[in-house]
Design a protein around this ligand. Structure first.
Ligand SMILES: [Zn+2]
Length: 98
């Protein structure tokens, strides 16, 4: 149980740092997305506008920058990801065009 609690504290701390960092850099419209193949990447969100993706409610049809393929992409709650998954998601970013 001690190990689990410690892991939880680490995850919460990482998420808190990421939230503060993103707020300071003004990346409020950056969200983590996951494609059907499980690839994680960061995507720019501009409410009400989208030129690079077809919106289908909560999921979008767009190109995955990780696997370099067209796929259905859904948003992921960053607080549900492990630190490894978060760093993987932030290592990839799709084109900075909404
Ligand atoms: Zn993919």
């Amino acid at each position: 149980m001690y190990g689990l609690a410690l892991g939880l504290v680490v995850v919460v701390a990482v998420v808190a740092v990421l939230l503060v960092a993103s707020a300071r850099s003004g990346n409020r419209y950056e969200r983590i997305a996951r494609c059907r193949a499980g690839h994680l990447f960061t995507s720019t969100v501009v409410p009400g506008a989208s030129l690079k993706a077809v919106r289908l409610g909560r999921v979008r049809f767009q190109r995955c920058p990780v696997g370099n393929h067209w796929t259905l992409v859904g948003w992921v709650d960053a607080s549900t990801l492990t630190p490894e998954e978060l760093s993987q998601a932030h290592a990839w970013h799709d084109v900075r065009v909404p």
